[in-house]
Design a protein around this ligand. Structure first.
Ligand SMILES: O=C(O)[C@H](O)COP(=O)(O)O
Length: 254
C-alpha cells in the first residue's frame, strides 16, 4: 500500500478572520501560501513526494495542492479535484464570525454544530448566498446531492464514495497519495479510518498546513491510530488553537 498524506489547506482569508467558511470559495492568505510551500519542502525532505494528488474543488485546497506539489517536486503527480472532498457545508453560519455565533447561541449549541457527529447547522434558504444549486462549478452534480447544510455524518456519506473509488485505488497501486481538503472533510475521513466512537469525534481538530501521514494495511486499517504528523509538537499546538476558535480571551479587543 502507498502512503497516505492528509493535509488541510493553508490559512485562508476567512480562517484569518475566524469566519465560518464551508463552501464559500475564499483564497489563501500570503501566510497560507507560504505554509503550503513549506509543506511541500517537508514532504520532499521526508521522502514523501506525492505520485497522486486529490483535492476538493475549493480554491484554497486547489491552490494548496499546487503549491505543495510544486515545492515537493511532484511534477509528474496526477492531480484530481472533486466536490466530494469539499469542506462541510456550514449552512446559515457561513460568513458569520465564530465568536458572534458562540455569543448568540451559547457554548452548547456552538460546540454541537461545530464538532458533533450528527448535528447540522440551520440550512441556507433556497437562492440565498451559500445555496450552490445554480453554481456552474457544480453543474455536473445532481441537484439533490448539493447540500444547504451538513452534519459530519452527511460529510462522511458524501466523501466515502470518492475515497473508495478514487483514493483507495491509488494507495493499492503503491502510490504516495496526497489528499488536500478541509477541517471537517478531513475530520470525517480520520474518524472513519480510525473507527472513532461518537464520543471521540468532538475532540478531533485538524490544523491547517500540517501533513498527517497514514500507513494503512490491506484492510485499510491504520498501522498507527491517529496517523503521524510530520511535526507532532507544532501540530498539537495548532490543533489546540483550532479547538479554541470563537472563544475570545477576556482581554481580546474587537
Ligand atoms: O469552514 C470553516 O469554517 C473552516 O474550514 C473551519 O471549520 P471548523 O470551525 O469546523 O474547524
Amino acid at each position: 500500500m502507498g502512503t497516505l498524506i492528509l493535509l488541510r489547506h493553508g490559512e485562508s482569508a476567512w480562517n484569518a478572520r475566524q469566519l465560518f467558511t464551508g463552501w464559500t470559495d475564499v483564497g489563501l492568505t500570503s501566510h497560507g501560501e507560504q505554509q503550503a510551500q513549506r509543506c511541500g519542502d517537508l514532504l520532499r525532505e521526508a521522502g514523501l513526494v506525492p505520485d497522486a494528488v486529490h483535492s476538493s474543488v475549493l480554491t484554497r485546497a486547489v491552490r494548496t495542492a499546487d503549491l505543495v506539489a510544486g515545492s515537493a517536486g511532484a511534477h509528474r503527480a496526477r492531480t484530481t479535484a472533486h466536490w466530494r472532498l469539499n469542506e462541510r457545508h456550514y449552512g446559515a453560519l457561513q460568513g458569520r464570525e465564530k465568536g458572534d455565533v458562540l455569543e448568540e447561541f451559547g457554548e452548547q449549541r456552538f460546540r454541537l454544530w461545530r464538532r458533533s457527529y450528527d448535528a447540522a447547522p440551520p440550512p441556507v434558504a433556497e437562492g440565498a448566498p451559500g445555496d450552490v444549486s445554480d453554481d456552474p462549478r457544480y453543474a455536473d452534480v445532481p441537484r439533490s446531492l448539493l447540500p444547504r447544510t451538513e452534519s459530519l455524518a452527511d460529510v462522511t456519506a458524501r466523501l466515502l464514495p470518492y475515497w473508495h473509488q478514487a483514493v483507495v485505488p491509488d494507495l493499492r497501486a503503491g502510490r504516495t497519495t496526497l489528499l488536500v481538503a478541509h477541517s471537517n472533510s478531513l475530520r470525517a475521513l480520520v474518524a472513519h479510518l480510525d473507527r472513532m466512537s461518537r464520543e471521540e469525534v468532538p475532540g478531533l481538530n485538524i490544523p491547517t498546513a500540517m501533513p498527517l501521514r497514514y500507513d494503512l494495511g490491506e484492510d485499510l486499517k491504520p498501522r498507527v491510530r491517529g496517523g503521524c504528523y510530520l511535526e507532532p509538537a507544532a501540530a498539537a499546538t495548532a490543533a489546540a488553537e483550532v479547538a479554541a476558535e470563537g472563544f475570545r480571551s477576556s482581554c481580546a479587543t474587537r
